[in-house]
Design a protein around this ligand. Structure first.
Ligand code: AMP
Length: 437
């Protein structure tokens, strides 16, 4: 059988590829109003970055990372030899850790400098069980702002994300914004203990995974989808009742700023999100009109300790990521169709094989003049070349015939008005441009 796309991955065929590019360019446009600029970081990073940054006890790191390994190192491992920790690489499961690593490595926020605001767009990889809306390779667009703990950073990023959704056609009535505060290094440890104690009192009702989580990372139990655990967690102590004064004020300020701009949100004290690095604000945007269980179309939060965690100096940060594939799923379920990418300005048709070299020359001249141009590459009949020109949506067809060429002329046909004219072959590009104008 022919080889197929790997499980949990999908091809973005040309019409969708054009849409993805437009999607990313809308994001760039919206985010640039807030002074976010692009960064590209590698798709592979040292595994240690994710272990230290995202947290060893998270599902993303403990179960879902793809190792990236050279053939040579694979041989070493199979022979039971050790490989250097620098050579232990993983495909990035998310974008934040790599961007923060780059900011630290290149000192993009020197002491006293204004915050840096970066955006990225590209594929992430998680070895999850594929299902509707959940892939192993998926595209995310995200932003990171490093260097300020001010609640204005949190609020403006959330407002900006909601503006992006509206621009791509997901209206506010089609989504729900959930927010919470996760506290900080000062107030969270005591809260974590409280949740741990609460879980141990209810251990008999927990699933096996939560019994393990209870010790390693008790707050993860809020994410469990098992009915018994959900029941237990609905009465668990709420983080928002245990925030320190600073976190409480920070949270109140973020909510106030969102409300001041008319952004509706729902406070959800059980929202902990899947990665360990969050402090204070966390948020998630969910599709409300049903795309199944995988309804989160974006989310993020503050991570004031992440930079230090990966070996940099202490630097507060805030970011989010939105899932392209799930937004697409949502929009398509709502009836959106991909517009076929507009393809061709001019098609150069050859009456017979004799004139194909001239066709090649003319099609190149068109391209050098910035036109989208195509010719026949299969010695097709004139009739089927016209069909192809139609399919490519060519506005102009130039017909090269041996008799006309012998007189130094070519025929230029406007495919909209169906008007044809004979022009000097050296004037062909100018005549095409005239029609296009
Ligand atoms: P996260 O990095 O887990 O906060 O995810 C941010 C967004 O990326 C989610 O809201 C989803 O829209 C999307 N996403 C995360 N994991 C997947 C996946 N396995 N397949 C498709 N989209 C995903």
């Amino acid at each position: 059988m022919a080889i197929r796309c790997p499980e949990g991955c999908r091809d973005l065929l040309p019409d969708e590829a054009a849409y993805w590019e437009r999607f990313a360019s809308i994001a760039r446009d919206v985010f640039s109003k807030y002074e976010y600029v692009s960064i590209y970081t590698p798709m592979i990073e040292q595994t240690e970055l994710f272990v230290r940054g995202i947290g060893e006890a998270t599902d993303v790191v403990s179960k879902e990372m793809f190792a990236a390994i050279s053939g040579k190192n694979m041989e070493k491992l199979l022979e039971g030899e050790k490989i250097r920790s620098k050579s232990r690489l993983s495909l990035r499961p998310e974008g934040t850790a790599g961007v923060v690593r780059a900011i630290v490595q290149h000192d993009l926020v020197p002491d006293g400098a204004p915050p840096v605001k970066l955006m990225y767009a590209g594929p992430m990889f998680r070895a999850e069980r594929p299902q509707h809306g959940r892939q192993r390779q998926f595209n995310q667009i995200g932003v990171e702002c490093l260097g300020s703990a001010d609640p204005t950073v949190d609020a403006e990023a959330i407002i900006m994300l909601m503006a992006f959704y509206e621009r791509i056609g997901i209206e506010s009535s089609m989504m729900r914004l959930l927010i919470n505060s996760m506290g900080c290094g000062k107030c969270r440890p005591a809260y974590r203990e409280l949740v741990h104690d609460y879980l141990s009192q209810n251990v008999d009702s927990l699933c096996d995974a939560c019994k393990v989580r209870m010790e390693a990372n008790p707050l993860r139990a809020f994410d469990c989808k098992e009915d018994g655990c959900k029941q237990v967690m609905s009465d668990a102590p709420k983080i928002t009742d245990h925030l320190c004064e600073e976190c409480s004020q920070h949270y109140a300020k973020v909510k106030g700023l969102l409300s001041s701009q008319g952004i509706e949100f729902v406070e959800d004290p059980a929202l902990v999100r899947g990665l360990d690095y969050y402090t204070r604000t966390v948020f998630e945007v969910q599709a409300t009109q049903g795309i199944g269980a995988q309804d989160a179309i974006g989310g993020g939060g503050r991570y004031d300790d992440l930079s230090k965690e990966i070996g940099g100096r202490s630097m507060p940060g805030f970011g989010f990521a939105l899932g392209y594939d799930r937004c697409m799923l949502y929009l398509r379920e709502k009836g959106m169709e991909f517009e076929p990418a507009k393809r061709c300005d001019v098609f150069v048709a050859s009456v017979n094989d004799e004139v194909r070299d001239s066709a090649f020359e003319l099609v190149q001249m068109c391209r050098y003049s910035d036109l989208r141009a195509e010719m026949d590459h299969q010695s097709r009949s004139l009739k089927s070349q016209f069909k192809l020109a139609d399919k490519l949506d060519a506005r102009v067809v130039v017909i090269l015939g041996p008799d006309e060429l012998a007189r130094g002329e070519v025929k230029v046909r406007d495919m909209e008005s169906h008007e044809e004219s004979l022009v000097d072959k050296n004037e062909a590009v100018a005549a095409i441009l005239d029609v296009l104008r």
